[in-house]
Design a protein. Structure first.
Length: 247
């Protein structure tokens, strides 16, 4: 595990812990957000989504998920045991953009093939996880932005863990641009079979730094361990491991 370091909060003087690689840290005593390298105040909007579930309510929600659907073992809810329920406030950059891709390509589904040109134009609240770890289902997470409030450290549960950002604004923008370009190239497959040229332009309208509540649930079923990731604001299962079984 990385060793935590600390700096003094420039607002209240309390120690602000951070781990190597983290760039933006938030004081758990006063909620002041600091850029670690400079110690200066963070100047962008910092918002918070509130968690809506207690550990007991989350366990009931997970059991309901286990009972639903057709691809799960029929005894999953009865025979499984929840071993961990961890609430983590993850840091995200929410990048509000207008993105357009002009393209030229070849449509080969008819004979003879034809050349097609066009444009994909969309607006997004593009979500970038402000951590280097892979595996979080960011694209499956439809962030309920209507429920965000200004960051308030007093609204975070004492048993929850809050992670700091490992990514500054400019890096988040570059990642958003790359992901949007890849997404538009995927959408192009609906209209053309071979891309001749494609150019994506991204216009950044607004950025928000956001902490959102995510539950990481672990459970055991017939001797094996599985994980479920749940949006703590609205209770949506973002990703859930399902044991294999024979119908």
């Amino acid at each position: 595990m990385a060793v935590a370091q600390s700096i003094r909060c420039s607002h209240c003087g309390a120690p602000v812990e951070f781990k190597p690689g983290e760039i933006i840290a938030t004081c758990k005593y006063c909620g002041f957000t600091t850029v670690i390298q400079t110690g200066e105040a963070f100047t962008f909007e910092h918002s918070l989504l509130l968690n809506s579930y207690s550990p007991e309510q989350m366990e009931n929600l997970v059991k309901d998920w286990m009972r639903s659907g057709f691809m799960k073992p029929p005894d999953l809810a009865k025979k499984s045991k929840i071993t961990e329920k961890n609430l983590v406030y993850l840091p995200f950059w929410v990048v509000n953009v207008e993105a357009s891709t002009t393209y030229k390509g070849i449509f080969e589904r008819i004979a003879p093939p034809i050349v097609k040109e066009g444009e994909i134009k969309k607006e997004y609240n593009w979500l970038v996880l402000a951590r280097q770890a892979a595996g979080f289902p960011t694209r499956a997470y439809d962030v309920p932005l209507a429920g965000k409030i200004p960051y308030d450290f007093r609204r975070i549960e004492g048993f929850a863990k809050l992670l700091n950002s490992e990514m500054e604004r400019t890096q988040a923008i570059e990642i958003a641009k790359q992901q949007i370009d890849a997404h538009h190239r995927f959408l192009l497959q609906q209209d053309i079979d071979k891309v001749v040229e494609a150019t994506t332009t991204v216009n950044i309208k607004q950025m928000v730094y956001l902490h959102a509540p995510v539950w990481f649930i672990k459970y055991e079923y017939k001797g094996n361990s599985y994980q479920i990731i749940v949006d703590g604001a609205v209770g949506m299962v973002l990703k859930g491991d399902i044991p294999a079984f024979k119908f």
